[in-house]
Design a protein around this ligand. Sequence first.
Ligand code: C5P
Length: 300
Amino acid sequence: MTRASTPAKINLIFEVGELDNSGYHGVNSLYLELDLREEIEIKPSLGTATLSVAGDLPARHLNAVPTDSSNLIFKVAHALCEKLGVELPAIEIELYKRIPVAGGMAGGSADAAAMLVAFNSYLHERFETKLLTTPELKELAATLGSDIPFLIEGGLQIGVGRGEKLTPLSPLTFETHWVVCVSSEGLSTPVVFAKFDELFHAEPFSDFSALKIAGLEDLAAVMSNDLEEAAIALLPAIAITKARLLELGAVRSMVSGSGPSVIGLFSSLEQAELARVSINNSGGFALVASASYAGTRLED
Ligand code: C5P
């Protein structure tokens, strides 16, 4: 049995550039890891490769995860086997989810990152394949999804290109506590990017090298997301959630990535917990998370 876990991401800053010839937008992103962790376990089985899903999320999230070959986890499995020159073995994959589905927090990409790291180790141990290095895993990850390379090492990183060209930064010197408000409806990433193209012209990117984030107020001041208005145009209820988080004491609230999850930055865990309870008591669904710096790791 081999296990790995991967965190969620938020984009503290998300600048979107022009659509390129490959159908992607250049981005300039400041990624931060949050401690909502997905777990993958791989065991040998008989017959074919199978995937089962459980987790700490409402059933509609867990039910929305495909368990057939369309799941990115199987695409990772095939890509890794192809790279290592082996056939896909019969395995049982168990996925435990804590990251909202289709919420702009890279839940699917986190599953892919966990699978990459776990399956690399599994194949090496059982079939004596070459153990790919972290840079090799990140290179393969970039062919499978824009956020997967970040999630391999996590923490705080600048991402350019599609988000896969990464520069790690030192961890924030202060704790951050986040309330993540999960929408009852999902938003598709390509649809939100297309709405951005319809509504806006890309602006030149900022230079993050001079960025100083010494405390919560600095962080609140730099947070921005070019996709926010496009996401709100598609799902106006997002604006209500943003305002609600501020009413509940958030220093700043913002759409996460392509949405529709909205993140609120709080100055204490206690305040974040109170906000979470208040949102959940009024029929919403919110989670509390903190910044973390662990990346994807093998578990015992
Ligand atoms: O890379 P990922 O699979 O997450 O991207 C999903 C879709 O989102 C892409 O096919 C593309 O349409 C859009 N996208 C984009 N620019 C990016 C990342 C994603 O247009 N930088």
